[in-house]
Design a protein around this ligand. Structure first.
Ligand code: G
Ligand code: G
Ligand code: MN
Ligand code: NA
Length: 250
């Protein structure tokens, strides 16, 4: 597959870019950022992650890609910590990456080598991770939580959700998928789903971040229903990690 060959050489040549998208609280204050990979292909331009992430996952390339993002996240957290800024950094962890035998050790090493504050590192996993190898997944999550890191369920509500896992896993946060945010509050069904997620989260003492927030109306609706964190074009586009960090100082 041509795309896979190109992706492989991009990884070998360290040509993938790490972007950061800000997250704010209800008052609009910056609380952190999510790191997002970008692939500028020499001929095709930017290839959407929805195209190259599944290819990377399938071929196992995601393991190296993900390890690098975690290292960058920890280096960023250490840098922010030295500046006296308590901002969180979220990274996407694919199932294949999470299931690597040495994944816990990798995260531990990245935290230790950089001196990053572990409690500000959020690992975003999807519901698909929770479908298989339940015992192993739960054990591993507990090991990681013991290191101090936090877990977030990404794209919450779009996968094979079982509400049972919410009470059995050491979770910190749910991310409301942007497909629900998009048409709330005008679409009554989406508004109801968003409110239901926020209500479940509140009772289970989980934090909630909404993604894909594009309008003031969406933000006001989410805030009125006690959503803690907001992420989306209304508050900031994903931008190169270095630029985001430089912008904090300005
Ligand atoms: O940035 P964008 O919305 O186009 O990203 C699309 C998808 O690609 C997101 O769902 C995100 O989870 C995924 N993605 C982006 N960066 C990474 C990454 O570093 N690792 C993994 N596993 N997925 C990523
Ligand atoms: O990990 P996840 O797939 O949830 O990554 C978030 C994705 O959503 C990224 O690909 C990012 O580029 C995209 N995104 C971020 N903010 C917005 C937004 O406000 N609207 C839309 N449509 N997409 C967004
Ligand atoms: Mn995500
Ligand atoms: Na998402």
């Amino acid at each position: 597959l041509a795309l896979l060959q190109d992706l492989k050489s991009a990884v070998d040549n360290d040509a993938l870019l790490t972007y950061a998208q800000p997250q704010v609280d209800a008052a609009g204050q910056l609380i952190g950022a999510e790191l997002l990979l970008r692939w500028p292909h020499p001929q095709r331009g930017f290839v959407p992650p929805a195209q190259f992430i599944p290819v990377a996952e399938q071929a196992g390339l995601i393991v190296r890609m993900g390890a690098r993002v975690i290292q960058q996240a920890c280096a960023t957290l250490a840098e922010l910590h030295q500046q006296g800024r308590a901002l969180s950094i979220s990274v996407n962890v694919s199932p294949r990456q999470f299931r690597q035998a040495d994944f816990v050790e990798q995260v531990r090493a990245a935290l230790h080598s950089t001196g990053a504050p572990a409690a500000l590192l959020t690992l975003e996993v999807t519901e698909s991770l929770l479908v298989e190898n339940w015992q192993d997944t739960a054990r591993r999550m507990h090991e990681l939580v013991a290191l101090g890191v936090r877990f977030s369920i990404d794209d919450f509500g779009t996968g094979y959700s079982s509400l049972a896992y919410l009470k059995r896993l050491p979770l910190y946060e749910l991310k409301i998928d942007r497909s629900f945010v998009q048409d709330a509050p005008s679409d009554a069904n989406d508004a109801a789903i968003v409110q239901a997620i926020l209500s479940v989260a509140r009772h289970l003492r989980l934090r909630v971040v909404a993604e894909g927030v594009e309008t003031r109306q969406q933000a006001d609706f989410l805030i009125a229903h006690h959503c803690h964190g907001l992420q989306g074009y209304l508050f900031g586009l994903p931008q190169p990690l270095r630029d985001w960090l430089a912008g904090l100082k300005g």
